[in-house]
Ligand binder design. Structure first.
Ligand code: ADP
Ligand code: MG
Length: 235
């Protein structure tokens, strides 16, 4: 599905530059469900934004399928995003004055699909996330878990091959978080690749594969064994 090789990303901060992703190598297969786990500031969102072609990188390579994602025009990146990717965010990013159905239908509006068809499809996806009865409600009338389900339905309506989720359970209690992860697993079982960025080990534990990132580097050793290494050696 995708491959990163020796990818580096810097941010300019004042006069110096911050090295945020360091020689990241990463391969994710079609149909995988993967958690990218790391503490706050470790570079998770930066990595996900690059994977989502929302942000550029400075060196290395990002292959999405057979395409090298590098220096694409805004039109081309938008095209790849619309064809391949669905996004889910911690803060849901729903339009407050639109109903659940209108929020889910939004990507189809930008594709020029007529109102009747987009509403009909939006209803199908609301049903799929268990919210058919909430189609006419606005986000303010919904719980956090319901809002995230609406956001997930909106991510699915473009028929993406991969869902990229940045802390999708970050604003939810642990029961609701478990339900959202169950929905993510169900989506993955339907054949869609799922990538979830999280700082929560409980969320990562619900995915078959966890990649850990620390200070912009992918670490393969489990966190617990890092401690052992950092202790003074007794010779
Ligand atoms: P995470 O999502 O793991 O919390 P981020 O990818 O958001 O981490 O940030 C990684 C590092 O890059 C942090 O030190 C953060 O302050 C910095 N950073 C993120 N975005 C920017 C930006 N637009 N400009 C400068 N520094 C940034
Ligand atoms: Mg983040």
């Amino acid at each position: 599905m995708l491959r990163l090789s020796k990818l580096n990303k810097y941010y300019k901060v004042g006069t110096h530059s911050l090295h945020v992703l360091r020689d990241v190598d990463l391969e994710i297969g079609e149909g995988e469900m993967v958690a990218i786990m790391g503490s706050s500031g470790s570079g998770k969102s930066t990595l996900l934004n690059i994977l989502g072609i929302l942000d550029d990188y400075d060196s290395g390579e990002y292959w999405l399928g057979d395409t090298l994602i590098k220096n694409l025009s805004e039109t081309k990146s938008a095209n790849y995003r619309n064809r391949f990717l669905g996004f889910v965010f911690q803060s849901f990013n729903l339009l407050p004055f639109k109903t659940a159905m209108e929020n889910v239908a939004l990507p189809l509006y930008y594709q020029g699909v007529n109102r009747r068809r987009r509403n009909q499809q939006a209803m199908q996806y609301l049903e799929r996330v268990g919210l058919a009865d909430w189609a006419d409600h606005t986000p303010a009338e919904m719980s956090g878990g319901q809002k995230q389900r609406v956001a997930i339905a909106r991510a699915l309506i473009g028929k993406p091959r991969m869902i990229l989720a940045d802390e999708p359970t970050g604003a939810l209690d642990s029961t609701t978080s478990g339900q959202i992860m169950e929905l993510m697993s169900e989506i993955n079982r339907s054949g869609i690749t799922v990538l979830i960025v999280t700082h929560d080990p409980e969320v990562a534990a619900k995915t078959p594969r966890t990649i850990r990132i620390h200070d912009g580097k992918i670490v393969n050793a489990p966190i617990s064994s890092e401690k052992v290494i950092s202790e003074p050696a007794v010779l």
